[in-house]
Design a protein around this ligand. Structure first.
Ligand SMILES: [Zn+2]
Length: 388
């Protein structure tokens, strides 16, 4: 064997088998959002792996019952360029309760599909980003821009304890790469609807349903009328959806209900509609007489709209994909929110859905496609390497 061939043989490669082994180690550690202890075992794992790569680490203790936030930065002098760098976002929590890996979501491979809790949303994505950086380091390559990885402990419940941290980090970076699940058929995400959450509480008056029915003021009746009004605001043509997803109320079958409340999920495609709908919700008035209506809430995630900066970043990603003979597309506006909504709303060019292809997010059919691991890792590695 010639020297050149020898060098070729030892050249580090993106090995899908090796990537999958790493992903399986991550999904073996189950990490439901509300279980801080479990999430922190996952944070320990990732922290150790990034420490081994020589990155500067900062771990912020969790609060309000959530896990820790982990930041890993390429050290000073590691990149060839200076200034604002690349922010890579991933969340380490999953929607699945503990024990799923032994039950409905057994970790297993069936043909091209690999199943497991949180494998698609989004441990594969987080691991792909880690592997991509490791791949560059193994090749002795540097990035042009500094890179910051931010691992979030509670994205699946709306990132209540990390939103401010994400926004602060975004302001100090030039680009945001979000490792959320890729979309079937080589697609990434370049826009997302904004998400609003509202709680409506009606207060009526309790009375004996048989003896003093006329004295009662039904909070359930009030909320029932409000539900119809709210659901009718759904307008598919304008991209607005209103979903009354939860209802609570009443104290007994023979008592006129004094209290009833609902939780509403709102999705809107633009900032203008976010403002319009928020205003509408917060100004809802009671329909019935002698009942009180209290409305709380607002936008939880602002809309993520495809602007010129995002289009440009997406085109760079498309050019990279063409290097391996593949065509990258983006999905039409999706209703699902992510932490990418926060960075995009601040005007930071954001590319989302960079994780593995697959399907069944949040479901017992959750799976990734093994064949997507190599191209997706290549895309991430080359974005880190070439963005400037
Ligand atoms: Zn996710």
């Amino acid at each position: 064997m010639t020297m050149a061939a020898e060098r070729m043989k030892n050249e580090p490669r993106i090995e899908p088998k090796e990537i999958l082994e790493g992903i399986v180690e991550w999904i073996e550690i189950e990490s439901p959002s509300h279980d801080a202890k479990a999430v922190n075992v996952m944070v320990d794992k990732v922290e150790g792996q990034f420490r081994d790569l020589g990155l500067d680490l900062e771990r912020t203790p969790g609060r309000d019952g959530f896990g820790d936030i982990l930041e890993a930065k390429t050290p000073a002098g590691w990149s060839t360029g200076q200034g604002k760098g690349i922010l890579v976002l991933a969340h380490l929590d999953t929607v699945h309760p503990l024990g799923m890996k032994e039950k409905e979501l057994k970790i297993r491979r069936e043909g091209d599909s690999v199943f497991g809790p949180g494998i698609y949303d989004m441990k594969s994505g987080g691991y792909i980003a880690y592997y991509a950086l490791r791949h560059l380091i193994r090749q002795g390559k540097k990035t042009r821009l500094p890179v910051t990885f931010l691992f979030i402990p509670e994205e699946e419940v709306g990132s209540p304890t990390s939103r401010a941290r994400i926004e602060e980090a975004a302001k100090g970076h030039k680009y945001a790469l979000v490792m959320e699940p890729g979309r079937d058929g080589d697609k990434v995400v370049t826009s997302r609807k904004g998400v609003g959450r509202f709680t409506l509480t009606a207060r009526g008056r309790a009375a004996h349903a048989g003896v003093r029915h006329e004295d009662g003021r039904s909070a359930i009746l009030e909320i029932a009328r409000q539900i119809v009004r709210i659901e009718e605001k759904t307008d598919y043509a304008r991209g607005i959806t209103c979903n009354v997803g939860l209802i609570r109320g009443g104290s007994g079958v023979n008592v006129t209900p004094a209290e009833c409340s609902i939780d509403v999920d709102l999705r809107v495609p633009s900032m203008q509609l976010a403002e319009e709908m928020t205003h509408w919700f917060l100004n809802l008035e009671p329909i019935g007489k002698e009942v009180e209506l209290i409305v709380e809430g607002g936008m939880n995630r602002p809309p993520y709209q495809k602007d010129a900066g995002i289009t440009d970043l997406f085109q760079k990603a498309q050019a990279i994909y063409r290097e391996i003979g593949k065509e990258l597309n983006d999905v039409p506006l999706t209703g699902g929110g992510s932490d990418g909504n926060f960075t995009a709303a601040l005007g930071i060019p954001t590319l989302d859905g960079l994780g593995a292809d697959g399907k069944g997010a949040h479901a017992v059919t959750e799976q990734i496609y093994y064949s997507s691991l190599e191209p997706r890792t290549y895309l991430c590695a080359r974005l880190l390497e070439t963005l400037e």
